[in-house]
Each structure stands twice: as structure tokens, then as C-alpha cells.
Design a protein around this ligand. Structure first.
Ligand code: CU
Length: 437
């Protein structure tokens, strides 16, 4: 089946609460943009019309699509004001994905240019209901505008990433979430913030992780809190709760070595309504995930994330010692085992475009559970080993820190996936550096 969508990017007024209206940028005058839906294997045709005063490009985060549809400016020309571009791709995996601007992101994403893309599968577990939570924060000046501050504030933003005090859940401040007592729902969380880490808690109540970036995990995992980093998604089974229960969804303090102090904040209020019967059917086994490589597999590539002093900017964000690193190609079908070392004293969410990977080792240990990931947090002074296989989608791809200001300040690498029967493409820009300062 083919799903046709029209997304018109424009500036518009958006009420984040009864007391606040902001001038946002987004799709179809909605913040977040409309939720796009499909079933596993379907085709999506999405026409993006740009009615903004500047160019844009739209990235389909987590979708295993052809390189030319990835929506970055190493694979397509920006969509200029007044122009339209048609994205067309199949969705081979079920899960929680999202779309967002990948052009002048520090401005465009901060102002609201994102939305959810949900791919369902007939074999998905059955729940009483489902909700999407797109998490974000915004930073406004005293006049309530998205303007950048003075030199010191800009320097701090380059270092920390842009973190604001106004937290938005689906574009709203502290919304009320309703759930019936006795029922269990699937809650899909997406972190769309420029830099904020959400350490989610439901007032200490237990919940179950059932999926992450690349869809379901093997078995539900019981937790009382979890860390959701920029770009990352997590699917939860939430409930059942008792009648008349009420609690807040909070983000707990998480220190990622920023100038801005981390603190506990309330994100939303959950109200439990009258008891209803339940049809939820959550099996103990959700899916099989075949391991791509053992923990001790030798690295085929080593990547270094670091932070360096810069005369020009005060601080630069580097991959392999360079801003916007031009990394070596990989060949279709060749198992990749990448050791990624974070040499800096800050956290960085590592994001790989277009392919899922498995984390096979983190600081000498195997992760708590097997999962398909496209975004994974690199803790300060830590090392992870990931395994992935470039399937047959040759072209230019990239990886980068998903703290948008770090990405812009150089913390990214691009590389080509080469089909060995065809050789490198001459159309791709091997030395194209992304820069829009
Ligand atoms: Cu970073």
C-alpha cells in the first residue's frame, strides 16, 4: 500500500499553554507536525513544500531508505523557499521513527520542525490504547522569542547544546494525560530536543520497556526510570494503574557536564480514570534478535569523539581529530565492528543514519539487553563497540552527535557505502563539508 502525505513547512503562531504563544516553524501549522503512519513494507510518498523564508531538507530518522531519500545536504539539494520536493521510500521495519529538519537544525528543529512517523506490524502486541510523546524543550528570550543571546550565551550554547527551561510534550507545557484504570497502553517516546537528556520517571511506578529505535526488543524489561537522549526512541508498556491514581511524568536530574545545572522537572500530569476491562496481550517473548558479532569481535574501525580548544570558536567538536570528518568507505555486505571512543568529559548521543546497529560492548561489558539502535549515548570517557551490516543501499551516509549544536560545531563524519560490483559513485561529494554558520 502507498500512503500519500503533504507536509507544508511554514512559520505560524502556536499556543504552548493558555498563557504562552510562540512564533514557531513547523509542518501544516502544527507543533509537532502531523503523525505519519504506515504498515511495515508499505510505501510512503511525502511531498514537502517549503513556505519558510530559508531553505530546508527533511530527514527520516531511523528509516532504512535509499541514500538519496535520507534528507541531508550530502545527498540532495536543499529545498529552497517556494519549492517542493517529493520523498518516496518503503518502510521495512515496524517501530517508532520521526522526521525532522536536517538543515540549519539548531534553528529549525528548535522552532518545531519535527513529527512522528509510526510503522505498525500485524504481529505487534495488542494494547488497550497507544500514545505518542514527543519530548522537547525550548529556550526563549525575555520577549518570548527564539533569538540567540550574546557572545557568552552563544558560547555556552555551543558547549552545552541549546537547553531551555520550557519543556514541551507534543508541543504543550505540562499536558494532562488520561488513562483508564485496569488498562495497559503502549507509550512511544521520542526525544526531539536539541540537547536535553530526559531521565523519565512516573513517580517511581514500575513500567516495562518493549522497544527502542529499531522496533521491539526481545523481552519486556522492568524498570522504574530510563534515560532518553536526543534522537532516541523508547516504547513502553504502561499500567495498569488503580482508580483515582494520579502522578506526574518527571525528568530526574542527569548531569551531562554542562554549564546549565540539571534539575528535576515535571513534564506531564497523568490522571487515572474509571476502571475498564483490558484486551492487552503482551507476550513474554516479543521478537528474536540475532547477534551480529560476539562481544570480543575485533574492531574493523575506530572512531574518536573529542572536544578541542579553538582560537576561532573557543571550542570545537571533533571526530577523529577533525571537524566534519571524511571517513573511509564501507562495502555492501561487509560486517562492520566499530569501536567508538568518547575522549571528552561530556555525553554525546551517537547517531548513525540509515542503518541499525547492535551495541555489543560498552566499557568492557555486554549491554543489559539486545536491541537494534540508531542512536546511543556515549558517556564521558567511555568506549562502545557496535556491529552493523551495510545492506544494499549504496551512497553517502553520515553519523554524528545528535546534540544539534555539537553536530553543527563539527562532531560528524560522512562515508560512502559502496556496492563492490559497481564501485564508488562519482556523483557523491566526497569532500562536501556541512556548514551553515
Ligand atoms: Cu555531542
Amino acid at each position: 500500500m502507498t500512503h500519500y502525505y503533504q507536509l507544508s513547512a511554514s512559520e505560524f503562531d502556536w499556543k504552548t499553554s493558555d498563557k504562552r504563544t510562540i512564533t514557531s516553524w513547523g509542518f501544516n501549522k502544527s507543533f509537532p507536525g502531523p503523525t505519519l503512519k504506515a504498515k511495515k513494507g508499505d510505501e510512503m510518498v511525502i511531498r514537502v513544500k517549503n513556505n519558510l523564508p530559508e531553505a530546508t531538507v527533511i530527514h527520516w530518522h531511523g528509516i532504512r531508505l535509499p541514500a538519496i531519500m535520507d534528507g541531508t545536504n550530502i545527498v540532495q539539494n536543499p529545498i529552497k523557499p517556494g519549492e517542493e520536493f517529493e520523498y518516496r521510500f518503503a518502510v521495512p521495519d515496524a517501530g517508532t521513527f520521526w522526521y525532522h529538519s536536517h538543515f540549519n537544525e539548531t534553528k529549525q528543529m528548535e522552532q518545531g520542525m519535527y513529527g512522528a512517523l509510526i510503522v505498525e506490524d500485524e504481529s505487534d502486541p495488542v494494547f488497550d490504547d497507544e500514545k505518542i510523546f514527543i519530548m522537547d524543550d525550548i529556550k526563549l528570550n525575555r520577549s518570548g522569542e527564539f533569538k540567540q543571546g550574546n557572545f557568552i550565551q552563544r558560547w555556552q550554547e555551543r558547549h552545552d547544546g541549546r537547553q531551555g527551561e520550557i519543556i514541551l510534550v507534543n508541543g504543550k507545557e505540562n499536558p494532562v494525560i488520561n488513562i483508564n484504570a485496569g488498562q495497559t497502553e503502549r507509550w512511544r517516546f521520542i526525544n526531539a530536543a536539541s540537547a536535553r537528556y530526559f531521565r523519565l520517571s512516573f513517580g517511581g511506578r514500575p513500567f516495562r520497556i518493549i522497544g527502542t529505535d529499531g522496533g521491539l526488543i526481545e523481552r519486556p524489561v522492568d524498570v522504574t526510570e530510563l534515560l532518553l537522549v536526543p534522537g532516541e526512541r523508547i516504547d513502553l508498556a504502561v499500567g495498569p494503574f488503580n482508580e483515582e491514581d494520579a502522578f506526574s511524568i518527571n525528568t530526574l536530574k542527569y548531569d551531562r557536564m554542562t554549564f546549565v545545572r540539571s534539575r528535576n522537572s515535571q513534564l506531564a500530569t497523568v490522571k487515572v480514570g474509571p476502571s475498564q476491562s483490558s484486551v492487552t496481550d503482551l507476550p513474554g517473548k516479543l521478537r528474536d534478535i540475532q547477534s551480529l558479532a560476539p562481544q570480543e569481535a575485533e574492531a574493523t574501525r575506530k572512531i574518536k569523539f573529542s572536544v578541542g580548544a579553538s582560537l576561532k570558536h573557543g571550542i570545537d567538536f571533533l571526530v577523529n581529530g577533525e571537524m566534519h570528518n571524511n571517513d573511509k568507505p564501507v562495502y555492501v555486505g561487509d560486517l562492520q565492528v566499530w569501536e567508538i571512543a568518547n575522549k571528552s568529559l561530556m555525553d554525546h548521543p551517537f547517531h548513525l543514519h540509515g542503518y541499525f546497529f547492535q551495541v555489543i560492548e560498552e566499557n568492557g561489558k555486554t549491554p543489559a539487553y539486545m536491541a537494534w539502535k540508531d542512536t546511543y549515548n556515549l558517556k564521558p570517557k567511555s568506549k562502545i563497540k557496535i556491529a552493523w551490516i551495510p545492506d544494499n543501499r549504496p551512497g553517502m551516509w553520515m553519523y554524528h552527535c545528535h546534540i544539534l549544536e555539537h553536530h553543527e560545531a563539527g562532531m560528524m563524519g560522512h562515508f560512502e557505502v559502496i556496492d563492490p560490483s559497481k564501485g564508488p559513485s562519482d556523483k557523491v561529494h566526497h569532500h562536501h563539508h556541512i556548514s551553515h554558520h
